[in-house]
Design a protein around this ligand. Structure first.
Ligand code: ATP
Ligand code: MG
Length: 396
């Protein structure tokens, strides 16, 4: 009996002519993601993707956990493959799902048949296997309306499969099918979530972090690298671009009015992010901004910040409550790292009374004492690019 993984494709199936391209991308992403767990054959038939282990060194448990993080997949299940024969299907269901059937009170069998040459209808097959399972597990009753457990049978072109209920996949679209963005990644809670959310729409991400050593510590940088590694489970291979930001902050601190420190700093972030985006052919900037959370995140402040960006600024968590953002951060595994207490560059030179409704012309006047172009060039030239792949060592 062969254990395999079945993946139901998500929204891709709605794509007309492009569909094949989306599917190829998805298969490529799955192949790359599963490489550490053994040698698998991965192929699509209709809207299902089959993941078949090629030898017994494959780690099926880890592979199954990993596929749940890949965007573009609506549902995942583990299944046993068998011969396309009613008795083989019964025997396989009995063996493969026996433990579960022992522990439930009611069940039903549901069959699908895409191989129309199979000699029984789906209903007849369900009745046959259901009847035999009911004999084999006499304490479990058949309940076709409200069963506690459903045994799924699928008769496909090359084989038949038995599986229990499927679990939700990561949803969204395959990464790499919707262009590229630069995502501003702080060490906080929000920007890892906004990065995850934009990647979920199929976008490839270039994470960028502004780093103010020695005002922010080496540990603060390690924290962002770790967040990037966690995100790479979902976003695919990532390179974190670390921008030296100390000189810019010192210049702002020395020469600009305190109440505008944060907004001017933000404008520098936008200019540099925009430059990185152009350099890598990215088409937008992403932030973890959330309306009204802090002084710099009023609509007025955002407008002044955005003024420096040529590319569209996307803010996937703009309308969420903090509670919602936190619950996503917990689910995707970034929360614990985000709350580690290392300072971020935003907390260096924090104004005591930041201006909540800055006016563009005041900010432009205040920053005009700085050599903006030279500072941007200098920061850009000092970028350190750190490859961050699926980090959790336990996974590899
Ligand atoms: P987060 O939880 O993402 O830090 P926040 O609510 O703390 O967000 P701010 O610290 O004001 O808000 O930052 C707003 C956004 O600006 C962040 O979500 C992030 O996209 C970007 N940002 C802030 N600091 C940095 C940094 N040091 N490097 C890169 N991006 C940053
Ligand atoms: Mg922050």
């Amino acid at each position: 009996m062969e254990d395999i993984i079945l993946l139901k494709q998500g929204e891709i199936v709605l794509k007309g002519l492009n569909r094949r391209g989306f599917e190829m991308k998805l298969i490529g992403n799955i192949t790359r993601r599963l490489r550490p767990f053994g040698n698998f054959k991965i192929y699509a038939v209709q809207s299902t993707i089959y993941v078949e282990p090629q030898d017994d060194r494959c780690d099926m448990d880890k592979a199954y956990e990993a596929v749940k993080t890949i965007f573009g997949i609506a549902a995942v299940s583990r299944a046993a493959a068998c011969e396309k024969d009613k008795d083989a299907l019964f025997e396989t269901a009995k063996r493969y799902l026996g433990d579960t059937l022992h522990n439930v009170k009611s069940f039903k069998v549901e069959s699908k048949r895409s191989d129309k040459r199979f000699p029984m209808t789906s209903i007849a097959l369900s009745q046959y296997v259901g009847g035999r399972l009911a004999e084999a597990f006499p304490h479990v009753k058949v309940d076709v309306h409200n069963p506690e457990f459903t045994v799924h049978l699928e008769v496909r072109d090359y084989a038949a499969y038995v599986h229990g209920p499927s679990e939700p996949g990561a949803g969204g679209m395959p990464v790499g099918t919707a262009g590229r963005v630069v995502s501003l990644l702080s060490g906080g809670i929000d920007s890892p979530v906004s990065t995850y959310m934009i990647a979920r729409r199929g976008v490839s991400v270039i994470p960028v972090h502004f780093f103010s050593f020695p005002y922010t510590s080496q540990q603060a940088k390690e924290k962002v690298i770790e967040l990037t590694r966690i995100l790479s489970r979902y976003c695919g291979r990532l390179r974190l671009e670390i921008v030296p930001f100390t000189h810019i902050q010192e210049e702002i601190g020395a020469k600009c009015p305190e109440e505008l420190f944060t907004i001017i700093m933000r404008r520098f972030m936008m200019r540099i992010a925009d430059k990185i985006a152009v350099h890598h052919g990215a088409l937008g900037l992403v932030t973890g901004e959330n309306l009204g959370q802090v002084a710099s995140q009023t609509l007025e402040a955002m407008a002044v910040t955005e003024d420096c960006a040529n590319l569209p600024v996307l803010r996937p968590v703009i309308g969420m409550d903090k509670k919602e953002i936190i619950s996503i951060a917990e689910r995707i595994g970034t929360f614990e790292t985000s709350i580690l207490p290392y300072e971020d560059c935003c907390t260096v030179f924090t104004p005591r009374h930041p201006k909540t409704k800055p006016r563009l012309k005041d900010v432009v006047a205040a920053e005009s004492v700085l050599d903006i172009d030279a500072l941007v060039e200098e920061a850009f030239a000092g970028i350190e690019s750190v490859p961050c792949d699926i980090g959790a060592p336990s996974e590899n």
